[in-house]
Design a protein around this ligand. Sequence first.
Ligand code: 3PG
Length: 398
Amino acid sequence: GSYDGLGDVAGKRVLVRSDLNVPLDGGRITDDGRIRASVPTIQALAEAGARVVVTAHLGRPKGAPEEKYSLRPVAGRLGELLGREVAFAEDTVGDSARSTVEGLGDGDVALLENVRFNAGETSKDDAERGAFADELASLADAFVSDGFGVVHRKQASVYDVAQRLPHAMGGLVSTELEVMRRLTEEPERPYVVVLGGSKVSDKLGVIDNLLGKADALLVGGGMLFTFLKAQGHEVGKSLLEEDQLDTCREYLQRAADSGVELLLPTDVVVDDAFPDGERTPQPQVVAADAIPSHALGLDIGPDSAAAFAERIRGARTVFWNGPMGVFETAEFADGTRVVAEALTEVDGLSVVGGGDSAAAVRTLGFDEDAFGHISTGGGASLEYLEGKTLPGIAVLED
Ligand code: 3PG
């Protein structure tokens, strides 16, 4: 049995870096999209007779084990989806990992505990990361990079390990890259980008880059309030990044100068407090230029959602990253739902990027097949669109 780029893998130990960073509520997986997306590569390797050793992270533990970040629940779900038993190693490169890997037969699959339980994984020090990568590499004969969501991270299990083993790009990473290329190399026009999520500071690079490329940029989510404030409006108790006001003003100016439509909501849904499950939400729709001082913006309003939907439906290429509001609470989910619905009606390429927006479309009950592509990459897809070099890709091409 062979795997693209690696040749015959039968009987070989193949380390696969997947992105299994899924949202958990207690020990319950609330969205298994990333696990499902990781199955085909693991399955193909197992069918080719490899001894598959999967490594992945969950959350951001600080280089030491923490029960709430254990991958154990993920091992169970992965096994169900594969229809094969997945052996779970209690550590990443220690005794449990070694004996688990030694116990694998051809076609068997193991998942190692959270790779970020080791400080070497995310260390900025090349030698420290390298030493940990040596240990990881010693568990395998070859490496497959399949965690698209982490290719923007220069981390041991993504980057350094590829320098230590014969390696190949996994099927998920190549599919994701193909879509990203279609978004950046001569996208069909109109090209509309929808950005949401809480922070402008996470999206600066992307806005900067897309102002010269997209035909329209639609802004929702918590980040919209910094833009409203930059336009001179009061935003009450809404999220605000004071230190980004000048940058937002500059973007508004650049958009105006270059003829790119930077569309902000004209109405927003507010409440007096962030939803916390203790009090019944009291949503109220107000004009975006008349937010009361006691109010907190939690979603885009119905007029804005309709305007966004119209732009989206008229586009031939759409990229959407970041929810429009606090969609986890029903009263503030409409903006996100209307935008998602519009993406399903695009005659062309519609891409949902980002952990949160991907989770949103699934938790809101949309059929995944209705979208052109649902990316597993949050930060990774944004950095690709920023035009940055992704270390986890570059290392495979060297
Ligand atoms: C993600 O959730 O975007 C990826 O799994 C990467 O996680 P990180 O931002 O903690 O590196």
